[in-house]
Design a protein around this ligand. Sequence first.
Ligand SMILES: C[S@@+](CC[C@H](N)C(=O)[O-])C[C@H]1O[C@@H](n2cnc3c(N)ncnc32)[C@H](O)[C@@H]1O
Length: 225
Amino acid sequence: MMKTTRTNEANTIDWHESAFDIIRGLAAYTGSSLVEGLAKVVAKYPDADLGTAFNHKQVGSKIWARDRLFESLGGKFNHIVVLGGWYGVLSAMFFDDSRFEIGLIESVDVDPEVAEVAETLNVKAGERFRAITQDMYTFDYETSGADLVINTSCEHIADLPAWLSLLPRGTQVLLQSNDYFSEPTHINCVSSLDAFREQTALGHVAFAGSLAMKKYTRFMVIGTV
Ligand SMILES: C[S@@+](CC[C@H](N)C(=O)[O-])C[C@H]1O[C@@H](n2cnc3c(N)ncnc32)[C@H](O)[C@@H]1O
C-alpha cells in the first residue's frame, strides 16, 4: 500500500513537470502566445482547473465565438469587456489570432481566485489585457466606453435581462448560453435558441446560431442591445 502511494505521488510530480516541458516545447514549436502563457500558468498555478477551461468543448465554443464574431463585426476593437472571463482563455485566443486588432481586453470575474491565472495566461498581451475581480452587476458600463461586451457565461447569471439593461443602448454584444441543465452551477440555462433570443431581446441581431455538443447544445447571439 505504502509503495503504491509513493509511486503515484512520484508519477504525479513527474507528470506535472513533463506537462510544463511539453507545453513550453509546443509554445516554441507553434509560436503561440496562448500556449506560452499556458506553460507559465501550469508552472505557477498547479491547482487551477485548467483541464475544464481547456477541454475541447470549452475551446470549441470559443473558436466558434471568435469565428462568427469576425464574420459578423470584423476584427478591430478598441476595448472589449469579457464578463465571467474565468481564466482568460477567450481573451488569450483573441490575442493569439492575427485577424484581430484589439486595443484592450478587460476580463471581469467575481471569483478572486481567477484574476492572477488570467493575467499569467495573457502575459504576452502586456498592457492590452487586464483582469478585474468584480461582480458584473456592479461594473460601470456607461463610463467604460467598451465597443464590444462579451458574456459566454450567461447560463451562470441569475437575471440576464437585468444585467443586459445595465449596458448603454446600442452596445455591441456577443452572448452565449446552453441547455446543460444538469450542471449544478448553471442557474439560468435555456432550452432552445429561440428561448435565448427571447431572453436577450437584442435590438439588432447580426448572428444567431446553435452548436451541438455531445451532452448539450450551446447557443450564441451577436448584435446590439
Ligand atoms: C465556469 S466559468 C465560464 C463558463 C463559460 N461557458 C465560458 O467559458 O465562457 C463561469 C464564470 O462566471 C463567473 N461569474 C458568475 N457570476 C458572475 C458575476 N455575477 N460577475 C462576474 N463573474 C461571474 C464565475 O466566477 C466563473 O468564473
